[in-house]
Design a protein around this ligand. Structure first.
Ligand SMILES: *Cc1c(COP(=O)(O)O)cnc(C)c1O
Length: 227
């Protein structure tokens, strides 16, 4: 695990350096869906600092085992409003806010815990029907609406482009998310930060970093193929 992780960290740092970015400006989110708690613990021992989970129930099981580990928990999957309570209890950053209804549910639960929940707005750049996320056109309105919720802090944007065999083909989608981030940042909406861009997975993270990714979500390259 340690060797695989170090090699991956080197590739991430190298991709950042190659385009003149600070090698620390792109962070690894180790995607742990279907990965047993024991292996997640090994990854944390090897140096993983952020884990990304897709499913609330699966995350709860692991969280209950690993809650005392020094690691940041991110939620990257599709989130239903009725699971907001659990999400707010466990996660430092929720990457997948894609509707005002979900944002309001998270805000309500965060208020109960006196927490300010950090979130990203998920944008469906490719407009594939199977993908969640707000549209590019609606993103500004959603960010503005979320900015009025006292217990949520928008930190940036997230996207998942279509799957391609050639990573270069994902580049236009990453570039469009970065462009959208810049446009929203220029509007200087009070209370909104646009510092994070969550994009790039095992097959295309180097291209995503070249286009400005600050959080790359990687599972397969770290844990091997999922069943
Ligand atoms: C599974 C998953 C990933 C990681 O994909 P890999 O190709 O295994 O690196 C990243 N982001 C999301 C939202 C995922 O569901």
């Amino acid at each position: 695990m340690k060797e695989i992780l170090e090699k991956l960290q080197r590739r991430i740092a190298e991709a950042a350096r190659a385009c003149g970015r600070d090698p620390r400006s792109s962070q690894l989110v180790a995607v742990t869906k279907t990965v047993a708690a024991k292996r997640v613990a090994e990854a944390i021992d090897a140096g993983v600092t952020i884990v990304g989970e897709n499913y609330i129930q699966e995350a709860r099981d692991k969280f209950n085992t690993l809650y005392d580990r020094k690691v940041s928990w991110h939620f990257i999957g599709h989130l239903q409003s009725n699971k907001a309570k659990y999400a707010v209890r466990m996660f430092d950053l929720i990457h997948s806010v894609d509707s005002l209804k979900l944002a309001e549910a998270l805000n309500k639960e965060a208020q109960k815990l006196a927490k300010v929940q950090q979130v990203l707005i998920q944008v469906n750049i490719s407009q594939e029907e199977t993908k969640s996320g707000t549209t590019e056109d609606e993103a500004v309105d959603l960010v503005t609406a979320v900015s009025r919720l006292d217990h949520l802090q928008v930190m940036g944007l997230m996207t998942m482009p279509p799957f391609f065999d050639q990573p270069e083909r994902a580049r236009p989608f990453f570039r469009r998310l970065a462009g959208l981030r810049d446009r929203i940042a220029r509007q200087a909406i009070p209370g909104i930060r646009m510092q994070e861009l969550s994009m790039g997975m095992t097959g295309d993270f180097e291209v995503a970093i070249a286009e400005g990714a600050t959080l790359v979500r990687i599972g397969t390259a770290l844990f091997g193929a999922r069943q």
